[in-house]
Structure formats: structure tokens, C-alpha cells
Design a protein around this ligand. Structure first.
Ligand code: AMP
Ligand code: MG
Length: 349
């Protein structure tokens, strides 16, 4: 299959291209598109054959449900049995934006889209190109992240090309994404609502709207003996080819420990990488030192994480050491993805 890549300027959206992309979805094809979080791989959410194609293109297990993307609040009721009061409040506060809500699904949503579940995940993205595309596609676009299964989510169209060229019909290139980590997922079918994946809409922000909100116990632990509540979270989403270890402690202890390890590993002829920040990167003597962003602005770290993880794979490093990112808010999302990439390998110094 020939994959057409077209550049879309979100300030001056080309209606002809959007109309073409929408037609591909309505006819059962696949189009990758930019959102404010990461690039999505879209298909018609109400067409079982389209959802099957998404799993095939990604090489993703078919019990891992897709998120249904909408562009207008009026389109929500058709997807769900009833719109919960909690969903109305959250939509008012955070849509369009990086929040996905789990609700009981209606008959209209095929089980192929929900990985066999009776619930459906719904999000309204804020990216202008995504919104125009979803409307042109008929209003309901099922989309996981637009990477091959087992690779980091794509934060620029070039990474989508790397992973999916020849496997999908079209890629809408909207440049670099704004946020860089996937949406927060909150399950509204349980009481109190439960966070299944941390993201930019933080636990603190959700609690302000909902009162009480819980967090899935498996988000930051290796094996609590429980299965994760979001089926996708059980898969080793992504692991770099090199062995990644997170080092946690005071700034000085972390640099000292990592530099001692780097020296040791060089003697063993290992090629090493470091994930640090603008503030500390100059202190490390790795073969491939990379700053992921500014520690004092965790949003920059979130934006840079998947890009540098891909770079380490390209550089063929054997061992990677990373500073840790502790704290509330967006740091929780960063740490959740980093822990998953590290297979929960973490050392306290
Ligand atoms: P991705 O689109 O790659 O960010 O993956 C979608 C994520 O949403 C996966 O981790 C899924 O397990 C999760 N998800 C989608 N639908 C549901 C659902 N009905 N219940 C729980 N988790 C879901
Ligand atoms: Mg994904």
C-alpha cells in the first residue's frame, strides 16, 4: 500500500485534504493524524472491519481496546448507554483536551473497537486538525497511538512514517505535538471514579471537579498481584533496546552513582546512554548523553521523553541510566511511562 503523507497547517487547514482524509475513514481506510497528546492511528469507530485493520497495522493484540475520538459533545450520547453526570462535569472542565473517559457502551459501538469490553473509552481532542478530520470522517474515529506495537508513541509525523509507512492510507503531518504523552484515562463506571492512566489532566485537577478520585494501584508498581484495569497497561508498552535503569535520590547522589556506573561499564566495553535534564546533562560522561527537557518545567520533559527513547534505539546503546522525576501533577505521568520503559528497574541511592 502506498501511504500518502500530507502536511497540514493547523492555522490554515486545507479543507480539500481534510475532506479526502475523512472520505478514506468513511470508506473503511486508515489515516494517522496529529492530536495535542501524540499522533493517533484513526479508523471508523463504528465499523468493525476498520478496527480490525487498526490492530493489524499496529501489530497490536486485539483485546487492547481503542479510544473513540469525537469532535462535538452532541456526538457523545450515541456511544454510551447514558451520559453520567460525572462525564458532563468533566467534559465541561477538560474537553476538548487530553482526558479520556470510560463509560458503558451503547449498541452502536462494535466489540471490535472495545477489545471485547462492554465499556467504551471516549476523548475529544483539542487539536484543530484532529477536530476537523474527525468531523469530516463522520464524527467517530477510533484511534490508538500511531506507533507499531512495542515502540514509543509518535510525537512527530516522521516517527509515524518510520513505523507505519506502507501499512496505512494517509498521514496528516501536523509537525511536533504539543504535549508528548498520551491522555489521562479515568473510569467513570466505578464509584469513586478511578484513574487508569496518568496524564496532563492530573489527579489533583480531577479531584477538584469530582470530589473523590482513586488511582489504579498498579500504575507505579511492578507486581502488586493485581491486573491493571486498562487492558493496554498490562502490555510491556515499550522497552528500549538498551537496558534502562532509573536512579532516584538527591541530585548529587544520582550524578555520582550514574557516573561511577558509566566508568565501570566503559571498562566492560558497553555503550552507555544517560537521560538527564538541561540543568544536569553537562555533568555526565556517557557515550550518548541526552537532555529530555528542563527539570524546572516538567512539561518539557513530557514532550521530550518519547523522542529521546527512540534516539537511544537508533544509537544502539547497551545501557541507559535515567534521572527520576518525582512529584505530583504531570511528573506522575512522566514517571509512569519511564517506569514502564524501564520494566520498573529503579535504584534508590
Ligand atoms: P492508546 O490509544 O495506545 O493510548 O491506548 C489506549 C489505552 O486506553 C489502552 O491502554 C487501553 O487499555 C485503554 N482503554 C481503552 N478502552 C478502554 C476501556 N473500555 N476500559 C479500560 N481501558 C481502556
Ligand atoms: Mg499506545
Amino acid at each position: 500500500m502506498n501511504t500518502r503523507v500530507v502536511r497540514i497547517d493547523e492555522q490554515h487547514i486545507d479543507d480539500t485534504l481534510i475532506e479526502e482524509a475523512g472520505r478514506i475513514i468513511r470508506e473503511g481506510g486508515l489515516v494517522a493524524f496529529p492530536t495535542e497528546t501524540v499522533y493517533g492511528l484513526g479508523g471508523d469507530a463504528l465499523n468493525p472491519a476498520s478496527s480490525k485493520k487498526i490492530y493489524e497495522a499496529k501489530g497490536r493484540p486485539s483485546d487492547n481496546p481503542l479510544i473513540v475520538h469525537i469532535a462535538r459533545m452532541e456526538d457523545l450520547p450515541a456511544l454510551v448507554r447514558t451520559v453520567p453526570e460525572t462525564a458532563k462535569k468533566l467534559a465541561q472542565a477538560f474537553w476538548p483536551g487530553p482526558l479520556t473517559m470510560i463509560m458503558n457502551k451503547s449498541e452502536a459501538v462494535p466489540r471490535e473497537t472495545t477489545g471485547g469490553l462492554d465499556t467504551v473509552a471516549v476523548r475529544m481532542p483539542s487539536h484543530p486538525t484532529a477536530m476537523a478530520f474527525i468531523e469530516a470522517a463522520g464524527g467517530y474515529v477510533a484511534a490508538p497511538s500511531a506507533n507499531r506495537s512495542g515502540r514509543p508513541s509518535p510525537t512527530a509525523a516522521g516517527y509515524v512514517v518510520e513505523d507505519l509507512d506502507g501499512r496505512i492510507d494517509m498521514i496528516l503531518d501536523g509537525g511536533d505535538v504539543e504535549l508528548g504523552l498520551e491522555s489521562t484515562i479515568v473510569d467513570l463506571t466505578v464509584e469513586p471514579p478511578m484513574i487508569l492512566r496518568p496524564g496532563f489532566v492530573t489527579r489533583e485537577a480531577l479531584a477538584e471537579t469530582l470530589g473523590q478520585v482513586e488511582q489504579d494501584a498498579t500504575l507505579f508498581t511492578r507486581d502488586s498481584g493485581q491486573a491493571p484495569k486498562a487492558p493496554g497497561m498490562k502490555y510491556r508498552h515499550y522497552a528500549p533496546k538498551g537496558e534502562l535503569t532509573i536512579v532516584r535520590g538527591s541530585a548529587a547522589a544520582v550524578t555520582n552513582y550514574i557516573n561511577a556506573r558509566l566508568e565501570e561499564e566503559r571498562k566492560n566495553n558497553k555503550r552507555t546512554g544517560v537521560i538527564a535534564t538541561d540543568e544536569t546533562i553537562a555533568e555526565y560522561s556517557a557515550d550518548v548523553p541526552r537532555s529530555v527537557g528542563k527539570r524546572k518545567d516538567v512539561n518539557t520533559v513530557a514532550r521530550g521523553l518519547y523522542r529521546i527513547l527512540r534516539e537511544f534505539d537508533d544509537e544502539g546503546v547497551d545501557l541507559i541510566y535515567s534521572e527520576s522525576f518525582d512529584g505530583n501533577g504531570v511528573s506522575q505521568a512522566v514517571m509512569n511511562r519511564l517506569l514502564k520503559a524501564a520494566g520498573h528497574r529503579m535504584i534508590n541511592v
